[in-house]
Ligand binder design. Structure first.
Ligand SMILES: CC(=O)SCCNC(=O)CCNC(=O)[C@H](O)C(C)(C)COP(=O)(O)OP(=O)(O)OC[C@H]1O[C@@H](n2cnc3c(N)ncnc32)[C@H](O)[C@@H]1OP(=O)(O)O
Ligand SMILES: CC(=O)C(=O)O
Length: 533
């Protein structure tokens, strides 16, 4: 059995989503976005929030100005980021250093070169002048009452190039008054065993150390944990791993790893249980698609598909889960597919409130699912169609309407002056509540027209359908290479404003498969009595 490391006395989670996270391609944050994210991070309980680089661009300067009056943090301290002063100058007269001071935060983090070649080739100054820049900038800021952290840029590559010089930068920063000296794997090229060796060696200096890892080897989280085990007391990272190139260490993994695997009380249980929500909310604000397979917080992180997994999970969910998903605010999901066995169906049935305890009934539904999946249906995402299938198999599905016929057509008129010279029309005939309705609808395309005609026909007997909305529509060709004969699968998401549900349709004709998904969506909404006030 391995022993778990003890938490250093003042262990700190330092979030740099608003600074290094914002260096990600395609990610742009307004002042309002930054304020909202800062509040979410504060609620999560991180110790530090690096807000950006005041003086580097008007947006970041404006953020720190706004933060003075609009950001009331309960748990975290706001940090302004900048660099050591210019070579050959003085910190007291350096414009960017002054902008850092003007940001008005108590905490400042400055980046310093610690790789000898970066000093001589990129900064184009001497190794001695770089040390003077570190010393001058830190003492100047400390003299103004600031708490200073120093990010040693390219520390690990620098250590391999010139160990003594890289360590002398760490020593200079600490002697000048830096409270934490952060070792940065700026190029993200390290592996965990290398990380452990180098951090252990640096830790012998007796300086309070932090770690800042990029993910270029896919090891940013593992490297951060290795550095923690080697003695650092501050971990820098970003939410959802956002950041320059391949990103930074993902705090949505780092925090639960340290808290749930080592038992370190970094945030309260309630804060940890907000992790999935915070990760998703930040993805929403940053306009980044959430990553389904993101550890701990992803939609698929606790989703189970294989029949053998489900049969064990039915006995005890922990048999196939490394932690209880509720601890990080996530939930277990049971997926239905052709890889399902009885247990998947039974667990899903329990979640839907349908009794599938009987082995034979469960086996019958399992067979029906497999047969339909072989035809091209996919129930993994289409929970509503799955529930309709189960109800049908159990003989408890009532049909509030019966389709008699439907038709859809699209017409394009060549040479018309109007921009919209392509129109679609549909007619639907059905029997609902004993009455026959025949209606027509127009739309942007045939599916839209069918949806409009179907809503009208049903609304005469079931007015609640006027509150049902088609919110997403996806078509996939299943037999690539079969040209227009290929089977198409359509998935449709519907909402009544409160709930959303997904249905599936399959056919060689895209309109036919869409129609099946569409009618399933209305059937499900009516069976579940959605949309009634
Ligand atoms: C590893 C990291 O991610 S650190 C964070 C990096 N983040 C950013 O760069 C985003 C914000 N940056 C910016 O807006 C701009 O680069 C600024 C405002 C900081 C500087 O802009 P400019 O003055 O136009 O200079 P430019 O970006 O071309 O070059 C950077 C300058 O800083 C110098 N420099 C680089 N690192 C350091 C350092 N640690 N200390 C002092 N000077 C540094 C460079 O040598 C170069 O100097 P030069 O102007 O004499 O050639
Ligand atoms: C400071 C920083 O962001 C880095 O070295 O990667």
């Amino acid at each position: 059995m391995t022993t778990q490391p003890l938490a250093p006395e003042h262990f700190q989670i330092f979030d740099t989503t608003l600074r290094d996270g914002a260096q990600q391609e395609g990610l742009r944050l307004s002042v309002a976005d930054k304020l909202r994210i800062a509040r979410l991070l504060d609620g999560l309980g991180v110790a530090f929030i690096e807000g950006g680089w005041p003086g580097a661009n008007p947006n970041d300067t404006a953020f720190f100005e706004a933060a003075k009056t609009e950001l009331d943090l309960d748990n975290a301290r706001l940090v302004a980021f900048g660099s050591t002063r210019k070579a050959g100058g003085s910190a007291a007269s350096d414009a960017l250093t002054q902008a850092l001071v003007d940001a008005g935060t108590k905490y400042i983090c400055i980046v310093a070169k610690s790789h000898d070649r970066h000093v001589t080739d990129a900064l184009r100054t001497t190794l001695e002048e770089n040390l003077a820049m570190v010393h001058d900038t830190v003492t100047h800021l400390v003299g103004l009452g600031k708490h200073v952290f120093v990010d040693c840029e390219h520390f690990f590559d620098g250590y391999r190039s010139n160990r003594d010089y890289a360590l002398s930068v760490v020593r200079t920063a600490a002697d000048a008054g830096a409270e934490v000296v952060v070792l940065c794997d700026t190029n993200g090229g390290m592996l965990p065993s290398q990380m452990a060796d180098i951090v252990s060696s640096a830790a012998e200096m007796g300086v309070e150390l932090g770690i800042h890892c990029h993910n270029d080897t896919g090891c940013a989280v593992a490297n951060s944990i290795a550095a923690v085990e080697a003695g650092v007391s501050q971990v820098q990272g970003t939410m959802n791993g956002y950041g320059e190139r391949t990103g930074n260490a993902d705090l949505t993994s780092v925090i639960p790893n340290l808290q749930l695997k080592y038992g370190w009380p970094l945030v309260s249980d309630e804060q940890l249980a907000s992790l999935s929500h915070v990760a998703l909310a930040i993805a929403d604000i940053t306009n980044q698609a959430p990553h389904a397979r993101q550890p701990y917080v992803g939609h698929s992180s606790f989703a189970h598909k294989a029949g053998l997994h489900a049969s064990a999970i039915r006995v005890d969910p922990n048999l196939y889960q490394h932690v209880d998903p509720a601890l990080v605010g996530n939930g277990m999901r049971m997926l239905i597919s052709d890889m399902s066995g009885r247990a998947n169906i039974q667990i899903k049935g329990e979640q839907l409130g349908l009794d599938l305890d009987d082995r034979e009934v469960a086996a019958q539904v399992t067979d029906a699912v497999k047969a339909r999946e072989a035809l091209g249906y996919s129930y993994e995402a289409a929970d509503a169609s799955f529930e309709l299938l189960v109800r049908d198999q159990l003989g408890i599905l009532e049909f509030p309407f019966e389709i008699t016929s439907w038709r859809a057509s699209t017409e394009h008129r060549v040479g018309m002056a109007e921009a919209n010279d392509t129109t679609s029309e549909a007619t639907v005939r059905l029997v609902a509540a004993g009455e026959t309705h025949s209606t027509a609808g127009e739309g942007n395309g045939p599916v839209d027209a069918l949806d409009n005609a179907l809503t009208r026909a049903l609304a005469a007997s079931y007015p609640q359908v006027k509150g049902f909305r088609l919110i997403d529509y996806r078509v996939r060709i299943l037999e690539t290479g079969a040209s227009t004969d290929a089977i198409t699968r359509t998935l449709i998401d519907f909402s009544d404003g409160e709930r959303t549900w997904t249905t599936v349709g399959v056919g060689t004709n895209v309109i036919e498969s869409s129609w099946e998904a569409l009618t399933d969506a209305y059937l499900y909404g009516l069976v579940k009595d959605f949309g009634r006030s």
